[in-house]
Design a protein around this ligand. Structure first.
Ligand code: FES
Length: 86
C-alpha cells in the first residue's frame, strides 16, 4: 500500500490532487524515519518530485512510495503546489 493510501486510511488528510497518478506534487512527503526501507523512486516520480515545494533528500511522492516492512516517520510539508487550487 502506498504511503498516501496509508495516511488517508488513518484519517490524515493529505492532498492528492491528481488522484494518485504521479501527475502533481500535492502528496509530497518527507520521510524522516525508515527512508531506506522504501524501494527507490521510478523516473516519473523523480521528474515530478523536482517540482515539489521544499524538496529534501528524503522527499517522496506519497502516492508512489509503497510502505515496506519498517515503520516510517512522515512529515507533510507546510506548503504544496496545487495548480487546481491557485
Ligand atoms: S497525488 Fe498527485 S502525484 Fe501523488
Amino acid at each position: 500500500m502506498s504511503i498516501c493510501d496509508n495516511l488517508l486510511r488513518h484519517d490524515i488528510d493529505i492532498e492528492h490532487a491528481c488522484e494518485k497518478v504521479c501527475a502533481c506534487t500535492t502528496c509530497h512527503v518527507i520521510v524522516r524515519g525508515g527512508f531506506d526501507s522504501l524501494a527507490g523512486p521510478e523516473e516519473d516520480e523523480e521528474d515530478m518530485l523536482d517540482r515539489a515545494w521544499g524538496l529534501e533528500p528524503q522527499s517522496r511522492l506519497s502516492c508512489q512510495a509503497k510502505v515496506a516492512a519498517a515503520d516510517l516517520v512522515i512529515e507533510i510539508p507546510k506548503y504544496s503546489i496545487n495548480h487546481a487550487k491557485e
